[in-house]
Design a protein around this ligand. Structure first.
Ligand code: PRX
Length: 634
């Protein structure tokens, strides 16, 4: 696969990808290892919300990211693991070693009875065994579904049931800063209310006391058994291009997260291609993606994209502020990181910690900086550029989504023009359009609209697990003939895109997608709560904060602060700590229209503190509630 090296090459590639899509992708796909070539490049329709890529092709993705590199790069480091505690030794795995580990875990899974097509939920913290587990699933054709380690037992249970998973992989506990997270205990609790699971594979990391259940399989014992057989290095399962590779749950505007399904070949081609070009990967680069593997960024740009390109990928167990806000920069210096990819929330939080944490840190190895997951504000962009990049590292502001599999709109570092706070131009193969509320394409520039994609791309969502109608409804029916992102965007006079935020009821808190309906559902589980409405508001560090307006039963005798505590606790139990509201106001009514619809516009203005911009309230059933809410929200 050739890297795009000049603006001219980008323009040529882009034009070809639109005018002659199939030939364009066919050429790129040839640089991978196939067991059987594809018979057609792309089939399907936007109306059906269904596409297939590289049809009838056969391959195994792990052979493309491991076996393929062994001859030339067997001794090159594939994965560096930097621990939570700086005093603990880091670990590194060459391509040979990673191949060995993945084959070993693959055989462990096989011996447990995991078969091609089985769904395996993985609830682990950021340790190398998580990467081995993900790739071991892919090796044997099992569908991995990684659940972020911050989700609650209830969230795990929902995902295990929705994915119809038969197996879970977890560990006794994980470390994040100064916290120990009892992962196995959370899984135990989750599994008391789910379908029957065949086995839970438990990696013992911290020697925490855990309950040993009948279905539990001890990682180390099984590993020793498989090792003693000494014949675990086996080829991967033969997979069809369209066989599902993984399910990853993400929030939408309804209460229930969706299981986004990605398929094997299209995702492989897309993540490899976008990684190479956006980050301008070169031999010898050390790529540090700070995202957790529980999110799509960790899947695509910590594991799949870098390893498919034979890069060295660095994974970090901890958090940016432990033991202090200089930790990322220590890691950059220690491992001579050249590509650094993080989220605006992390940038803002490190910026606000103060520049003293940068003193004495050697950042000269950095070549390229990336941003992902939420709009980056100008102040954070400038700080990142000046203080981290020292003005000479191109910043790629990468726009994409769980559903898109990989980066859709971004500059190619140092090759195509960049512009602060703009994601800029589409990747080859991506055809963004702005639509107005009537669904008409807006052709002129210097305007905003709803961001859609007019052409399919290899890494696009294939379905939502178990419910294709939901996939069609969510992404392909608002604007027939287009994929709808749910985001608004502005296009400048040069055709560059700036994302302006979600246009649906989805919040983006610290770069994590959370549906307002999901939080409301959780709040409503609290004893004493009658009804709630959740909106987002601008938050200095998190980008958006969660503001909840809650009506409680006056006969439920709790003091306000107790009721608020109870609500917070319920949200943590139902979803996880990431969804805890930043502000909760107890009110006696919500601004509703006569037909009973909550006027969120009014609540948003109140949450933003823009009391003068509330606008017309005369259509409300009871306009007086607005005064009460404003008084309480002050
Ligand atoms: O609103 C957009 C925002 O994050 C959403 C996707 O979230 P998720 O599926 O969790 O994936 C995050 C990591 C790819 C989008 O709908 N978003 C993502 N990247 C950007 C962004 N908003 C502005 N600028 C970005 N670069």
């Amino acid at each position: 696969m050739n890297r795009i090296k000049t603006l001219n090459e980008y323009s040529e590639s882009y034009a070809k990808s639109i005018q002659n899509r199939d030939a364009f992708w066919s050429e790129i796909a040839h640089s991978f290892q196939w067991r059987k070539p594809w018979s057609s490049v792309c089939e399907g329709s936007m109306e059906a919300g269904s596409y297939s890529w590289f049809n009838a092709g056969e391959l195994n993705i792990t052979e493309n990211l491991l076996d393929k590199h062994l001859t030339e790069k067997g001794n090159q480091v594939a994965l560096i693991w930097e621990p939570n505690e700086p005093s603990v030794d880091f670990r590194k795995f060459t391509y040979n070693e990673l191949h060995n580990e993945v084959c070993l875990v693959a055989e462990m899974l096989r011996s447990m009875g995991v078969r091609k097509g089985d769904r395996v939920c993985i609830y682990m913290s950021m340790v190398p065994e998580l990467v081995f587990s993900v790739l071991a699933c892919a090796r044997i054709g099992a569908v991995h579904s990684v659940i972020f380690g911050g989700f609650s037992a209830k969230s795990i249970a929902d995902r295990v049931d929705d994915a119809e998973a038969d197996f879970v992989i977890t560990m006794d506990g994980g470390l994040r800063g100064n916290k120990t997270i009892p992962l196995k205990a959370v899984v135990d609790e989750a599994l008391t209310s789910t379908r029957k699971i065949k086995n839970v594979l438990v990696y013992n990391y911290l020697n925490l006391p855990t309950e040993k259940k009948e279905i539990d399989v001890d990682w180390n014992e099984l590993k020793a058994r498989v090792l003693s057989n000494n014949d675990y290095i086996k080829p991967g399962e033969t997979m069809q291009s369209e066989d599902p590779l993984f399910i990853l749950y993400t929030s939408g505007s309804t209460g229930k997260p969706k299981g986004v399904v990605h398929s094997t070949a299209g995702y492989m081609v897309w993540t490899a291609y976008t990684f190479l070009n956006v980050f301008q990967y070169q031999e010898g680069d050390i790529h540090f993606c700070t995202a957790d593997i529980g999110w799509i960024t960790g899947h695509s740009y910590l594991i799949y994209g870098p390893l498919l390109n034979g890069s060295t990928s660095l994974m970090f167990e901890g958090i940016p502020t432990f033991p202090d806000a200089g930790r990322f920069w220590d890691i950059v210096a220690k491992h001579k990181v050249s590509i650094f990819y993080t989220a605006p929330t992390a940038i803002r939080s490190l910026m606000s910690a103060g520049d003293e944490f940068l003193e004495g840190k050697n950042l000269t190895s950095l070549r390229i900086l990336g941003s992902v997951g939420e709009p980056i504000n100008e102040e954070a962009w400038n700080w990142y550029n000046e203080k981290i990049g020292k003005g000479h590292c191109p910043i790629v502001d990468t726009f994409w989504q769980t559903e898109t599999g990989g980066i859709m709109i971004s500059s190619l570092a140092g090759v195509t023009p960049s512009k602060p706070v703009f994601a800029t131009l589409p990747l080859p193969g991506v055809q963004p359009v702005l639509l107005n509320e009537q669904g008409q394409e807006i052709l002129e520039n210097e305007t905003t609209g709803n961001l859609c994609f007019a052409q399919p791309w290899p890494g696009m969502i294939r379905t939502t697990y178990g419910d294709h109608a939901r996939c069609v409804m969510n992404y392909f029916s608002a604007y027939p003939g287009y994929y709808f992102t749910g985001d608004g965007a502005y296009r400048d006079s040069n055709g560059m895109y700036r994302l302006t935020g979600r246009v649906d009821d989805v919040l983006n808190v610290s770069g994590h997608r959370i549906g307002t309906a999901e939080v409301e559902n959780a709040i409503n589980h609290t004893p004493g709560v009658i009804e709630s409405a959740v909106v987002g508001y601008p938050h200095d560090i998190k980008g958006q904060g969660i503001f909840a307006f809650v009506i409680c039963d006056p006969h439920h005798h709790l003091e306000d602060h107790e009721q608020i505590q109870a609500i917070t606790k319920t949200v943590s139990e139902q979803i996880g700590a990431i969804a805890k509201p930043d502000k909760i106001v107890l009110v006696s009514g919500l601004p509703k229209t006569r037909s009973g619809k909550i006027m969120r516009r009014i609540l948003r203005k109140i949450a933003e503190g823009e009391f003068d911009a509330i606008g017309d309230t005369t259509t409300l059933l009871d306009p007086s509630v607005v005064q009460e809410i404003m008084a309480k929200a002050k």
